[in-house]
Design a protein. Sequence first.
Lengths: 364, 569, 346
Amino acid sequence: MEAIGIHLNNIHKTFLHRVKGEVKAVDNVNLDVEHAKLVTLLGPSGCGKTTTLRMVAGFEQPDKGTIFLGEENVTNLLANKRKIGFVFQNYALFPHLSIYENVAYGLKVQKIPPQEEKQRVNEILAMVGLTGYEAQFPHQVSGGEQQRVALARAIVIRPKVLLLDEPLSNLDAKLRVHTRSEIRRLQQSLNMTSIYVTHDQEEAMAISDLIAIMNKGKIIQVGTAEELYFQPNSEFVAKFIGKINTLPAEVQEVDNGFVIVKIFNQAYKISRSSDGIKPQQKLNVFIRPEFVQLSVKAEEKELKGIITERVFLGEKVEFTVDIYGCTLSITSYNAVECAKYLLNQEVGVCLPEKELKIFKEKGD
Amino acid sequence: MPAFLNIFKKKVSINLPKDPAILLSIIVIWFFLLLFVLFPLSKIFILTFEKSGHFTLTNVLEILGKRNHLQAFWNSLLLATLVGLSGTVLGFFFAFTSVRSNLSKAWSKFIDGTIILPLISPPFTTAIAMIFSFGRRGLITYNLLGINTFNVYGLHSVLFAETITFFPIAYLTLKGVLSGIDPTVEDMAFSLGSSRGRVFKTITLPLAIPGLANSFLLLFAASLADFATPLILAGSRFPLLPTEAFLQITGLFDIRGGAVLSFILLVPAFSVFVLQRYWVSRKYYVTITGKAGAQTQIKSITSRTGKVFLTVCILISILILYFYVLLFYASIVKAFGANYQITLKHYIVVFTEGLKAIKDTLFIATIGMLLGGVYGVVVGYLVSKKTFISRSAMEIVSMINYSLPGTIVGIAYLVAFNNPPIMITGTAIIIIACYVFRYGATGIRTTVAILQQIDPSIEEASFSLGANAITTFKRITIPLILPGLFSGLGVVFIRSMTAISATIFLISINWTLITVRILDKMTELELGVAAAFSTLVVVIVFIVIIFINLFLRLFRGPGAIDMSNILGG
Amino acid sequence: MISIKKSFIVLFMTLIFSLVLVWFVGEMNIPGQAAEEVNAYSIWPENWARPMFEEFEKATGIHVNFIRFSSGEALARVIAEKSNPQVDVLFGGPVETHSAGIAEGVFEVYKPVTYNELESRFKDADGYWVGIADDPLVFMSNAGFLKEKNLNPPASWDDLLDPAYKDMIQMADARTSGTAVTRIFTILQVFDRDEAKAFEYMKKLRANVQVYTKSGGGGTIPVGLGQAGAGIFFIVDALKTQQEGYDVVVSFPKEGIGTSVEAIALLKGAKNPELGKKLIDWASSPAMQNLFAEYQINFIPAHPDVEIEPSLAAVIEGANIFPIDSDWAGENRKRIVDEWIEKVLP
């Protein structure tokens, strides 16, 4: 198969909302998906990820910008000429056709000769584990099975790219986990360039080569799961991926390469560029729960807090600590350590400086 | 498409579909709509409001100045209101009994079958039967009860006949509404201690109000437009607008006057259309979930009350059945009222003299059915699936001819197509066009309803797999809406067989219709032959309905939509 | 989805459909094959028009296509179709209809071969129409009703105002029926064209009217059955009822009753004018009118050479029958009918 990348350039799309008036659903989106990679569009409801996907498919037209599939500019091309495979959220199986006929549909449209068609359909059904289901009808099989039919149907036509719109949202949790690996496995074995849309960050992290986080029509950050987790570029991304604590702070000193802030009664030095941050400025400082440390007794450079909640979850314990009226979440994977800290206990809270983050942009 | 995106409308701009097939269909449909809906109507407008070249109201004032016509206007409104009320009440009664009193399947089928009869019969059947029964020498008034002085002509008879004829519309509408009301809602009220009467008053009735309002409007419109029954039963002292318009043209050769009268009829008819579309349909609280007829341990009426209700319903059904038996009997006796010798003479007349009318009617009904079916599906598809500029306009315009009383449409066609540039009076085309653009609209509505139940992503799926609009339509849409298509076909055929109010103006030396022959024969007092023609039409229509039901049952693919109501008003 | 059962059914349906189609096509007239055809609107009821047309076809080989309309409807049609006439001939009907039509310019002048043989009453001076029959109005009552109410058959116009007749009279509606128009003009004549008095009479009469029928003969069967007690009809319709065996009595008012000429005319712009003319020739001659007796059509023939059938002659013996001034009637038809609708009908 030839190397096909997907390239979105300056895509804009506006809708007319019944109440809000003109709403920008997609705002200057630029995205490059390399050949055989799976990129996930991740974001909350209404962020524009599905609209973007549908524009790649050709179900919507962008107001501005261009879309390239490989070398071909498909911006104005009809959906049925783009050679894409689309897996719908609700599967959209044809209710009046058998599973075989559903899967074979795209091949029939291409006028593939019957021998070849049969061979390819059987092959793909085997790949998704549905051999033997050919004569069944959609309403006769389970949700998970329907999902696999939808997948098979999209793949069997050997599309240039595969587009998936929240394909797992209608499945129960366990099935979701199992199926997402199947999808990833299939995508990798077929080297199919794919865009995947979901609002579930765990799902995105599990299967993507790259994740593009979207909010209010814009792409906020693109990166691998690690990059997004450890180096979020904004408050929004930090909060969306994983959990993060927000602490109120006041800037004491700004200099080349670092910023000193005061959080409650402690000072912390954070290395980052000054970026227009000024002294006396009030801002938020962020830190992930697993990096906050507890000590039995508040040391010199530590904040004093009280444990208001303690949840034992097997491999980890989650604490909620109240510090001067502010709530902090702390996750600890160290069983021995955790045993020392009990509910209602006064503790010292240590914030390692290198894990503190300040964001210039909110991202939302 | 995720649900939340439904709140967005497309940006308002010149939105032309890209697919050439779609664009072409839209243009073609508009061409026909302009020609066969808007152009004739405009002629009526012109006739009504124009005199010697400029706009004027004198025509209208002249016509309304005649006492008879003004009286006709008020009478029509009065009658329509009364029929609306009585029909809705009766229909509700039947619907309630049918849905809530645990009828055995046999009774259910019996009632459904009999009360459908008046809806699908040729015109005048109820009227004829009533004259035979309640006239001066009527079977019931004279022979049975010995009453000599009952006047069968007038408001009371028309009201009775129209109620019997139209209440099935209310029945079907309300049956759907009532069975859509989850009976567990009522059960819950019971478990909270409400009495049956209270539950009915406070739960069932309020939920049914939109359905009741809708039924009232439907019946109001049906009565307004009814031409056949009043022609026979209203008598000279109770003029009504459709008949007045007809007489103005056919009797007084005053086409302008007839046009004005039919225009006056347009005003209440249009109000009903607007009310229905913009007020009632917005207020439906209950959706038809497809779990029709959910029957719990129905506690809403005691079994004794249920039996009483059932008996009343059965009695009324028997009354209707009696009318038809009477009709058939009248067709096989020499001269009803005088000579009761059994004879086939009338049928012989039907099949010799009347053969031309039979062939013409069947031919026109068949062609009309095919064209009307296609028209209904295509327009229904365009209007519900594609967004393009003028889409709402197309939807409304396509419903116009259906919503208007037939008299208006007939006169409009007569006026519009009798002179250059387009002269098709005297041909079959004008009659077929009238049927297609009038009754094809039911096909549009059914198609739209079905398509609304089909997820749009199914079509998008087809596109994503490489199929173009035509292939998608052929392979995906059509099979799914096939049930709707068939019922649409059936409706057009049946209505074509039984229509008269529009087409009485359009028959000619070359093409004549059975319904018009029935009227002729009634006028010439050959009631036996009229009855024979009517019986023939009822038989044909019944056969067609059976066929359609058979087809629907056989070809309903898995996952296709259930079509429980093929007549839909 | 392809099952044996379903394919059989589809096959079966297709077969039926094609059979039907073939039948349709087969029945359609292949042009050039049919006999010569002429088209007419007949105001005469089918039962009379049909045999006459069949005889015409026997005699000349020309087939007549016709539809039956009451006179008002026929006239309306013809006027509406003025720019594109659908028929060639307007056959039968009281002459007021034809007179009104002349004013609308729908007829073509044609004097048939018999024109000079006809009395002046039976032809239009300009030649727009000729008479094919004479048709007096009569009173017709139900014998049983009369006996019940102890009445003699009505012998005067005032007899009909008797309260005994309340709600028991049926007569024709002037909007659609020529019988009614003739009747109204008769009444006008009886009152010497004093319109005030004539309309007053008609208003009084209205109280006794059960219903105004669409066609002229619409009330005959009800009277025959006893549903109505009496009515005013053309003699053709009245005698037909009697001949069918209904127990009815025919009578005439002493003040006089009108008779109307049944006419025939050629339409301007007719598509088959020559054939139409042949029909007019035949109808206005003894060739057709001699057949009245044979087919029990109780018209009085217009052509002087045809003898009135004896039993028919007996009925009208001694009756005071006067002709209606058809020109005057034609000129004033619309006005008088409008007035009737306004004053009498409600």
